[in-house]
Write a protein that binds this ligand. Structure first.
Ligand code: F6R
Length: 238
């Protein structure tokens, strides 16, 4: 596990972009695993800029997103489908047919997504981390063996997400469909981005805690190619 501590958001985005650029230049038909949330936004901005400057090309890129809410339409402005289109897909030359987002609320929907993932091993996965150590929507207690599954979101995650739903907890979806921890671990390379002091406990646990399902991100200690890119505040407790 490599840990890169950066001064600010800009430096985090630069470092993450370098890794993505190299991946896309070496393998133009890369399979990318993508996340929503605030952590990867700087990276997505750099990828858009890189596309505009002809440094990266998405014409052959295939993507798989980590998760999606259950119970809101994909057209809803706060769906992860909308988030990804607004923050990346609509601004680069990716083919709509190469974009994969988990969707649905049944066991069959989960199996279908997992099958697609098995046929398209992720070359490079970007992750954020929840303040409780979740990755994807794999909350504490999720089995390390888990594959794509339906999740009941924890209160802390619902609270964190209320900012996107008029600060109204009632409006925040209570379930999501998420790649599992075993699905994430199959990615060939992983970059995890975190910033801010509210991530410091989770980052300390991820880097030096015991590997335990109590903190899902700790499983990354067992992955052979992980880069953690964080700011000084998130690194405070390491
Ligand atoms: C989102 C996801 C979540 C977030 C995490 C951190 O697709 O999988 O695990 O990465 O909740 O969110 P931010 O980046 O908003 O702090």
């Amino acid at each position: 596990m490599r840990v890169i501590i950066c001064k600010n958001k800009e430096e985090i985005a630069d470092k993450a972009y370098k890794i993505f650029k190299q991946q896309l230049n070496e393998k133009p038909n890369s399979v990318l695993g993508l996340a929503t949330g605030s952590s990867p936004i700087g990276l997505y901005e750099k990828l858009i800029e890189g596309y505009e400057n002809n440094e990266v090309d998405f014409s052959e890129v295939v993507t798989f997103n980590l998760d999606e809410y259950v119970g809101i339409a994909k057209e809803h402005p706060e769906s992860y489908y909308s988030f990804m289109h607004k923050n990346l897909f609509d601004k680069v030359n990716i083919k709509e047919s190469n974009i994969h987002m988990p969707s649905g609320d049944s066991e069959v929907d989960c199996i279908k997504y997992e099958e697609m993932l098995s046929n398209n091993l992720i070359d490079l996965q970007v992750l954020g981390i929840g303040r409780n150590g979740h990755i994807g929507f794999n909350e504490p207690g999720t089995s390390f063996e888990s594959e794509t599954h339906i999740v009941d979101l924890k209160a802390s995650t619902i609270e964190d997400n209320a900012r996107f739903f008029d600060n109204n907890i009632e409006l925040v979806p209570k379930k999501a469909i998420s790649m599992g921890i075993a699905s994430i671990m199959k990615s060939k390379k992983i970059v995890l981005i975190a910033m801010g002091e509210n991530k410091a406990d989770a980052i300390a646990e991820l880097i030096k805690g015991d590997v335990s399902e109590k903190c899902p991100a700790t499983i990354l200690q067992k992955h052979q190619d992980v880069t953690i890119i964080i700011d000084e505040k998130a690194a405070e407790k390491c």
